[in-house]
Design a protein around this ligand. Structure first.
Ligand SMILES: Cc1cc2nc3c(=O)[nH]c(=O)nc-3n(C[C@H](O)[C@H](O)[C@H](O)COP(=O)(O)O)c2cc1C
Length: 382
């Protein structure tokens, strides 16, 4: 079939991405932290969950649609915030957002995106905005204000990186920031001429190397330069009072991302927070964290009927989406899955990734005898 890239599951798209990206950029996309136990735990936990299908349920019509923050969506899925997507594909953030718009699923703009919020908004996607606080808090609030003006319906504050994560591989592969050419990374880039021409070459022709685009113009620096004072992410001083202040100033949906404990979710609820993302950041924050799918049941039974519960970390199949919904998630976020598509085929590749997940979700529901999302309940699990 045209447009399928010869990729029939996310593992195929992942392999295509790996072959097309320079080694250090591939590692940025794919890897976790330290010994990558968190990543392994995410997958092991999903694989451990078994289904107990119902038969003879007349499954010729399956509807995986659901409601998120009071709005209908055709699939219990949104695109997670992922920084620096512009290094995987020319104007990668826009390609992701356009594919999300076509699929009618929400797209989360990352604080670390390399395109202006305004440009991303031209996609017409249903938008959420993810916040990492910059050292200069006032700066963060101006970006948040812009996100609101652009119609971002939800603000997701990421809490699982109070300090920078330990990514030892960056020191080996030479692809850190500020990015400086050295023997290792030059060789890696030269081995991927298609990426060099199609991504970096196009930036060179159209105005240069990507930068932290959400900052005011005078604070933006290329990925080849260090951040100016105040423009580094810093949230080691963030606490519940900080979240309460944000609640007072953000009129839209406020969601805490990186929650793994029911007591934290309850505290968020008490502050008037609208949702949580049960997440270990795809194994990219604290190695050895509990898998998010393991943390989900306790959180969902504590707050699930009173706030929106999203889950991410390790979703690679439609059946994973159904497992998460059965355990109490309203929807999942996907991080690497659309990025595999992006790196391998731009917007069409992202659409392919979403299509694969949609088809697998519908098939899994039919196999389980679940005709709509309301019928995806704990009883379908083994
Ligand atoms: C390349 C990459 C960049 C990411 N950048 C961000 C980010 O800027 N902000 C954020 O909150 N999470 C970020 N994440 C984490 C994702 O939002 C999400 O929590 C995670 O990818 C989910 O796990 P999965 O990749 O297994 O789907 C990033 C993840 C990846 C893979």
């Amino acid at each position: 079939m045209a447009g399928d890239f010869g990729c029939y599951n996310l593992a195929d798209l992942r392999e295509r991405a790996r072959r097309r990206l320079p080694h250090g950029i591939w590692e940025y996309l794919e890897r976790g932290v330290e010994d990558e136990r968190g990543m392994a735990a995410n997958r092991a936990a999903f694989d451990h969950i078994r289904f107990r299908p119902r038969v003879l349920r007349g499954v010729q019509s399956i509807d995986p649609g659901t409601s998120l923050f009071g709005r209908q969506t055709p699939l219990p899925l949104a695109i997670a915030p992922t920084g620096a997507a512009g290094l995987l594909w020319y104007q990668g953030d826009l390609a992701l957002a356009r594919a999300a718009a076509k699929a009618d699923v929400p797209f989360t703009i990352s604080s670390a995106s390399t395109m202006d919020l305004e440009e991303i908004a031209t996609s017409g996607a249903r938008l959420w905005f993810q916040l990492y606080f910059w050292e200069n808090r006032a700066l963060s609030m101006t970006v948040v204000e812009r996100a609101w003006q652009l119609g971002c319906e939800a603000l997701l504050v990421t809490l699982d990186l109070p300090v920078p994560p330990n990514r030892e591989y960056i020191q080996r592969n030479g692809f850190g920031t500020p990015f400086k050419l050295n023997r290792r990374n030059t060789a890696a880039v030269l081995r991927r001429p298609r990426w060099l021409a199609g991504v970096m070459g196009r930036y060179a022709l159209t105005g240069g190397i990507p930068s932290q685009a959400n900052l005011p113009r005078h604070l933006r620096t290329k990925v080849t330069k260090g951040a100016p004072p105040g423009a580094l992410f810093k949230q080691d001083d963030l606490d519940w009072d900080g979240v309460a202040q944000l609640r007072d100033s953000w009129p839209g949906m406020l969601v805490l991302k990186g929650i793994l404990r029911a007591d934290d979710a309850e505290r968020a609820l008490a502050l008037g927070i609208d949702g949580v993302v049960v997440s270990n950041h795809g194994g990219r924050a604290l190695d050895g964290s509990i898998a998010s799918i393991e943390a989900l049941p306790a959180i969902s039974s504590a707050v699930g009927d009173r706030m929106t519960v999203l889950l991410d970390s390790g979703i690679r199949r439609g059946s994973d989406i159904i497992k998460a919904v059965a355990l109490g998630a309203d929807a999942v976020l996907v991080g690497r899955a659309p990025l595999y598509g992006l790196a391998g085929g731009g917007e069409a590749g992202v659409s392919r990734a979403i299509d694969i997940l949609r088809t697998e979700t519908v098939r899994t529901m039919a196999m389980l005898g679940a005709r709509n999302i309301g019928e995806v309940s704990p009883e379908i699990l083994g």
